[in-house]
Structure formats: C-alpha cells, structure tokens
Design a binder for this molecule. Structure first.
Ligand SMILES: C[S@@+](CC[C@H](N)C(=O)[O-])C[C@H]1O[C@@H](n2cnc3c(N)ncnc32)[C@H](O)[C@@H]1O
Length: 249
C-alpha cells in the first residue's frame, strides 16, 4: 500500500504551490468543475437533505463549487493533510453543515467512514495517487458509503493507452500551461518542468481510463462513463446499482 506520509502531499510547501497554481497546472480545470456542477444539478439537485462526501478535498474547492448550486446540502470533507483541512475550513467559513475528517484513502478502504448514506461522492485530482489495486478497492469502499442510486464523480488524470498518445497529450498539456501563464500573467516556471515533476513523482500512479471504468462497474456502479476528456485530464463516474440494458431489437 502507498503511504501518504511518504508522498509530497505531506509537504506544506508542495501543497501550497499546487493551491496557488492549480488553474494553470490542470487543463480546463474550471470547465471540469462546471461538468461536476452540471452532473450534480441533473442527478442530485431537488432532493431533500442532500449529503455530499468530498474525498481528498484539498482546500475545499469542490464542495465550494457544489454550494454554488445548492447551499442547503450537508458535506463531509476528507483529506489526509491537516494543512489542507485547515485551508478547506477557511474557504468554507460560514458554511455550518460541514464535517471535516482527517483520514487516508487507505484507512477508508480498510474501515470505511461512519456515515453510509451519501447522495453523492465527489473527488478531484486525488485518486490517481492510489495504485490500480487500491483504486479498485477504493471504488468498492465508495460504493458502500452511498445510498442506493447514489452517485460518484471524479475529476482526475489517467494513463494514456499508448506512448504515441502520451506524446501528444503531454504536448497539449504543455501548450495549455504556456497559454494560461501568459493569460494570468503568472510566474514563468517552464511547463516542461511541471510535466517532468508529474512524471517523476512517485505519488502519481495514473491508470488507464478503461481499467478504471471497468473497476467502477465491478465495484457495483452502473452508467459508468467518461463525461469529459482532454488529453490525460478526465471526468468520469457512475451510479450505484445494477446496470439496466435495453434488450436487442
Ligand atoms: C491535487 S490535491 C487536490 C485537492 C482538491 N480536491 C482540488 O481539486 O484542488 C490532492 C489532495 O489529495 C490529498 N491526498 C493525496 N493522497 C491522499 C491519500 N492517500 N489519502 C487522503 N488524501 C490524500 C492531498 O492531501 C491533497 O489535498
């Protein structure tokens, strides 16, 4: 099993650099949040007493996005980093219906979380830190936390299926960061360095999209699909329950 304390996320400087630059590092980050909000609006909004679980919450940006759609929700935010949980509390100051839990994904795989009736589980840019075996087990753990017909949606990075595609996806990622820096007038860290850091980082364990969708189905999710994709950046998810297929005509 991977150990959170041996990853760079346990380093406060590394975490701050991510928070300060996430809109540059992550291709179409705001669009992917928009897709998550749309998913929430379409599948969850309108219900009573909606419970949301945000896994690897970082500074709380995902829950913040959902609050912009529906501020009557209650939310549980989980992260292994005290520093990130503090930043999430700051961002969500004034939102009373929130619980903050310090836990690693590995602990959730082993023990689950106390509440087991979430309407939706959300995650962004965190699950790629797990090995494929851990991802499969984590998807089962997530399924167990959901109500029947509850939803799961994840923004993340995935492993390209071939080296040729990897070459192109890295190129479009580099182009995005270069354009975004010029637009935001941000400091000029070479885009190639960010990519090298991602590729060299032992904490990054991206797996192929197809394998993760298969693992979701095996974990008890229906309607598992990729809802958006741009190079290695994806939004995917599913709904708890048995798949219903139309019979052949
Ligand atoms: C790239 S940040 C993403 C934060 C936020 N969701 C966002 O989209 O900006 C990854 C987060 O996952 C957390 N994390 C990484 N590995 C973890 C693990 N094994 N268990 C729990 N949290 C983990 C880190 O502390 C960090 O807050």
């Amino acid at each position: 099993m991977t150990d959170f304390n041996n990853t760079r996320w346990a380093d406060q400087e590394f975490a701050k650099q991510y928070r300060d630059n996430a809109n540059i590092y992550i291709v179409e980050r705001q669009r992917m949040f928009g897709i998550m909000r749309s998913f929430f609006r379409h599948f969850v909004s309108g219900k009573k007493n909606i419970r949301v679980l945000d896994l690897g919450c970082g500074d709380g940006i995902v829950t913040r996005n959902i609050l912009d759609v529906d501020n009557s929700i209650s939310a549980t935010l989980v992260d292994a980093s005290d520093d990130m949980l503090e930043k999430a509390k700051e961002r969500l100051k004034g939102f009373e219906n929130a619980d903050y839990i310090k836990a690693t994904f590995q602990e959730i795989i082993e023990d689950g979380l106390p509440v087991r009736d979430y309407d939706i589980v959300l995650s962004s840019m965190a699950i790629h830190h797990l090995t494929m075996d851990e991802k499969s087990r984590f998807f089962r753990a997530i399924n167990a936390q959901l109500r029947p017909d509850g939803h799961f949606i994840n923004i993340d990075v995935v492993l390209p299926p071939t080296d040729i595609l990897d070459g192109w996806y890295m190129k479009i990622w580099e182009e995005w960061m270069t354009e975004k820096r010029a637009e935001l007038k941000a400091y000029d860290e070479p885009s190639a360095d960010v990519i090298a850091r991602y590729k060299d980082g032992e904490e990054n364990q991206p797996d192929r999209l197809e394998d993760q969708l298969d693992a979701l189905r095996a974990a008890g999710f229906r309607d598992a699909d990729c809802y958006y994709k741009y190079g290695i950046f994806v939004v995917y998810g599913g709904t708890k329950g048995e798949a219903v297929y139309f019979p052949d005509i």
